[in-house]
Ligand binder design. Structure first.
Ligand SMILES: NC(=O)c1ccc[n+]([C@@H]2O[C@H](COP(=O)([O-])OP(=O)(O)OC[C@H]3O[C@@H](n4cnc5c(N)ncnc54)[C@H](OP(=O)(O)O)[C@@H]3O)[C@@H](O)[C@H]2O)c1
Length: 237
């Protein structure tokens, strides 16, 4: 008599409708079932189909992660083994040209949504005594640049949040990782940006997959992934 297969771990990925989040979902689909969160329901459906073809059972949650009540309602109590806080926005504009809406949008998605999503999912991990929270930070979490007042501020926040949370939950068996990519060719950049030298989204997804699949006693807490050089296109010539 053959033994039934073990249930697959469940990974929840925010910002899964495109870019890095889409690539993370596709990477994790090989070994995880998935809960995919983003606002764009059509794109989310396309990503879900691709993940199902890769073998994952997929639950789609079309939600705005800046809406605390809606996020709590949609996510609280779900069984999640791996949480990937990836949703993020960037408005790379000098401070004096930035509108209040642009400022608040970045803080709401890059900072406040970390509270809404993690607060809904983490108690289950702690209660089960295992789990992994992975956050997509950025090299902007330790660098500064013109046009980065708010974005780099939010990503510096991510570094402090991630390390403090790691110290708070490690004794409960929960790991916290922060992946800090350099530039990645996604729609985060305005149309027309030269992205030929940047990382591909799947390069970041490979780092996430590594960080969340180490042995239980081994934690990769920070992982920086960079394009080799802005002077060298990806073709490697
Ligand atoms: N691209 C880079 O060079 C780079 C470098 C370092 C770090 N990062 C970080 O990587 C993460 C992903 O960025 P990306 O480059 O993949 O950008 P992207 O292509 O613009 O994708 C952003 C994702 O976030 C989701 N999102 C935005 N606002 C949301 C909201 N209110 N509620 C739910 N989902 C929301 C979007 O989905 P919907 O619009 O469908 O909601 C989308 O799936 C971000 O945290 C970013 O800061 C990017």
């Amino acid at each position: 008599m053959s033994t039934p297969p073990l249930p697959r771990p469940v990974a929840l990925v925010t910002g899964a409708s495109r870019g890095i989040g889409r690539a993370i979902a596709l990477r994790l689909a090989a070994a995880h079932d998935l809960i995919l969160v983003a606002r764009d329901a059509d794109r989310l459906q396309e990503v879900a189909r691709a993940c199902e073809e890769a073998g994952a059972a997929v639950q789609r949650v079309p939600a705005d992660v800046t809406d605390g009540l809606a996020t709590a309602e949609a996510l609280t109590g779900l069984h999640v083994d791996v949480l990937v806080n990836n949703a993020g926005v960037a408005v790379l504009t000098p401070f004096l040209e930035m509108t209040a809406e642009e400022w608040h949008r970045q803080v709401d998605v890059n900072v406040n949504a970390l509270y809404h999503v993690t607060r809904a999912v983490l108690p289950g991990m702690v209660a089960r005594g295992r789990g992994h929270v992975c956050i997509i930070g950025s090299t902007a979490g330790r660098n500064t640049f013109v046009g980065g007042t708010c974005y780099t501020g939010t990503k510096h926040f991510v570094m402090g949040f991630a390390e403090s949370l790691m110290l708070e939950v490690r004794d409960a068996g929960v790991g916290v990782s922060v992946i800090t990519p350099g530039s990645v060719a996604t729609e985060l950049f305005p149309a027309g940006t030269n992205t030929t030298w940047m990382l591909e989204p799947d390069n970041v997804a490979a780092a996430v997959a590594f960080a969340v699949t180490t042995p239980q006693h081994m934690l990769v807490h920070r992982l920086e992934v960079r394009p080799l050089s802005p002077k060298r296109p990806r073709s490697g010539t």
